[in-house]
Design a protein around this ligand. Sequence first.
Ligand code: NI
Length: 156
Amino acid sequence: MTLCTVLKNPNDQLRTKAKKVPVAQIKSPDTQQLIDDLIETMIVQNGVGIAATQIGSDKRVIIVDVHGIMPLVNPEIVSKSLSKIEFEEGCLSVPGVTGIVKRHRSIKLKAHDRNGKPLTIKAKGLLSIVLQHETDHLDGILFIDKVIRYTNPPRM
Ligand code: NI
């Protein structure tokens, strides 16, 4: 495994839209290596989630670690509650900054696991928030784009 550098905002790569991984490529050594690198990097950085975009990969892969480490390939939010919750977020790519973000209280997400098996996840609470935050990364969106109030503002 390789410990990767997490890209820091501002960075053009953090603003790119990642590409779907063809299902046949999920078990390829490249994708498996990417998943292992993301897991190691997330653990070392004490994150509860990480997206491939943050280490400069253009693949739609995220890891979340809320109820255990869960790698997700091609995550797609297929339904979301109208009800929203406010939660304080931070991001490995925006170090030292935290703020309140309003997100959907619960979501349904489809993805593939690291073996290529399709999954459907119904998430609420912290898992729902982390999944929305990480999926946003794959579309070039950072939590600071959605923050309604900073708790630790960026230094000017
Ligand atoms: Ni983040």
